[in-house]
Structure formats: structure tokens, C-alpha cells
Design a protein. Structure first.
Length: 315
């Protein structure tokens, strides 16, 4: 039997009816790891609210967590034939993507979450293995003990809370037919640019910025695809998480200065490459939390999308 503990508050800014209530749930934490869960949550939530627009909007949020004890530490990893019966049912390899952490035990999740008020759920998996996931209006997940854990926490919350699209396109994904050709994506931070004169985030663009906006995509793609190939090879031979994190740092050291040197860095335009496609879909800025692990900020369009959802809940 799993143990469900008390609800505890990280911070409370006001009544639930006019605040965004975030609820954090942990999976794969034993009763002896409760202090670790508390420490992990405080670290991850701290980074979220050091990130704009959440930082300036903190007054509009309440954040709570529930202590949930698993019988065993960790979550299931099917590719390693490692199985754990956890309260929330989190597992790697969702939709046959090794890093994708989801649960199909929605009833169990909602039963536990019903012990506290919530508008958004974030689940933290007690594991050293890199992973996470986020589905709009459902929940988001992240692994607890990886070097990029805080980044993944913020990135995946962008998906689940504000419906932001992934802007990257060089990583392998569980599905590719995400957006039909000739159809404008509903997500606020991606466009098919079917009508360049009426770009959906036009109000954030300067008249001097060309649409579509030029950037050195060929140079970036070469570096990124080489990294993805190496990443796949390392995973196949069972490389350690420390070695994988070293690779993450290496690619950041290459691509971050590359993107920062772009003529239109920090400008809103329409940069080709978004939503798992290198051609035909465009993102608002050359870099963003939704594009790479390099920045610690959302672009202007993503920030505006987040603010719209905050306003929906609070006004």
C-alpha cells in the first residue's frame, strides 16, 4: 500500500478563486526520502519563479505539494526492464520515446490531487535519468536528479500550462505528423507563415525585421545533428547520466555563442525551424527555453502566451 501524506504550502498569495494554484506531486519517493522530495520541490519551484514572466507574476500564484510515499525508490524504465509500482504510475519510454516521462494512471493522479486545490499539476520523478514531459491542460513531469532538471521543469510547464509548442526540430520525437502542411498551428509560438503580412505575433515585431527572418540555420543544423547522432550512440551503448550531461554542456558551449551572434538575436521575427520540422514552420525568436537548453528565459511571444493564461485564471 502507498502512503499519502499531508498537503504542504511553499507559498500562498491569496484565495484560490483568483490565483493560479500549482500542485506538485512526487513519484518514486519512499517515506525515508520525504526530505529529499521537499528539497527537490523547493529547488525546482525556486527556478520557475526566478524565470520571467513567472518572477514578476509570483503574486498571482499559490504553490502546494503533497507528500506521497512509494514502496520503492525510482520510477519504471521499460527499456532497462526496471518496473516500479508507484502511486502516480510515472514511467520512461512513453510513446516509445526513451526520455518521455508520462503516466496513463489519470484516475490515480486525480484522486491524490483532489486533496488540494489546483489549476495545474507538476509531477517530479525521483530518478537520476534525464526525462520529462508536458501535455497542455493535463500535467507536466520532470526527473529530479539531473543537471538540467530545473530547465526541464520550466520547459515542460510551458507546455502544460500555456500550450507552448516545442520549437526544436533536430531531436528525435515520438511522433512527426504533428502539424499538417498548410495548416496554421494553434500554439502561440509557432506559425506556418501562411500570411506573412499578418503574422500572428506581428505586434511584437519591428518594421525593420524581415519576415521570414534570416539566420544561419545551416551552421546550427550541422552542429545540432552531429550532437543528436552522438547522443543516440551514447544512449545505445548505455552511457552514464554524467557522460550525457557532459555532452549537454559541450553542445551548449557550441550553440549558445552561435545563436547569440545572430544579427537578429533577441528580436522577434519568424525564424524557420519549429515544432519538429526544419522547414515550413517558424518560431518567434532565434533562441528560447522552448528551443534549446541554452537560455534561462522565454521569448517575448512565449511570455505573452503565459501571461494570457495567468490572466485567464486571475481576472
Amino acid at each position: 500500500m502507498h502512503e499519502y501524506g499531508k498537503v504542504w504550502t511553499l507559498f500562498e498569495s491569496g484565495k484560490v478563486e483568483n490565483k493560479v494554484d500549482i500542485l506538485i506531486l512526487g513519484d518514486g519517493y519512499t517515506s525515508k526520502e520525504k526530505k529529499k522530495f521537499h528539497s527537490d520541490v523547493k529547488k525546482l519551484v525556486g527556478v520557475l519563479f526566478d524565470t520571467e514572466p513567472f518572477k514578476s507574476q509570483k503574486k498571482n500564484f499559490n504553490v502546494r505539494a503533497i507528500d506521497i510515499a512509494s514502496d520503492r525508490s525510482g520510477i519504471s524504465n521499460p527499456r532497462m526492464d526496471f518496473w516500479v509500482n508507484t502511486p502516480l504510475g510515472l514511467s520512461f519510454n512513453a510513446f516509445d520515446s526513451d526520455r518521455y516521462v508520462l503516466s496513463f494512471e489519470n484516475e490515480a493522479i486525480r484522486e491524490i490531487a483532489a486533496n488540494a486545490p489546483y489549476d495545474a499539476i507538476m509531477m517530479v520523478a525521483n530518478t537520476r535519468k534525464y526525462g520529462g514531459g508536458g501535455i497542455f491542460n493535463l500535467y507536466a513531469t520532470t526527473s529530479s536528479d539531473t543537471e538540467p532538471a530545473a530547465y526541464v521543469f520550466v520547459h515542460e510547464f510551458g507546455h502544460s500550462f500555456a500550450g507552448l509548442a516545442d520549437e526544436y526540430y533536430t531531436s528525435s520525437v515520438a511522433y512527426e505528423d504533428f502539424n499538417a502542411p498548410g495548416v496554421e498551428p494553434w500554439e502561440p509560438n509557432a506559425t506556418a507563415l501562411l500570411d506573412p503580412e499578418n503574422l500572428k505575433w506581428k505586434k511584437y515585431t519591428a518594421e525593420s525585421t524581415p519576415i521570414p527572418t534570416p539566420w544561419n540555420q545551416e551552421q546550427y543544423d550541422k552542429a545540432s545533428y552531429e550532437y543528436q547522432k552522438k547522443r543516440t550512440e551514447m544512449r545505445a551503448r548505455g552511457a552514464s547520466e554524467s557522460d550525457m550531461e557532459k555532452l549537454f554542456r559541450e553542445v551548449k558551449n557550441i550553440t549558445e555563442p552561435m545563436l547569440r551572434s545572430e544579427r537578429y538575436f533577441g528580436k522577434v521575427g519568424a525564424f524557420e525551424g519549429a515544432m519538429y520540422r526544419g522547414k515550413g514552420l517558424y518560431r518567434p525568436e532565434v533562441d528560447c527555453i522552448m528551443f534549446t537548453r541554452n537560455p534561462d528565459y522565454f521569448c517575448k511571444v512565449c511570455s505573452a502566451g503565459i501571461l494570457r493564461v495567468i490572466t485567464l485564471y486571475t481576472e
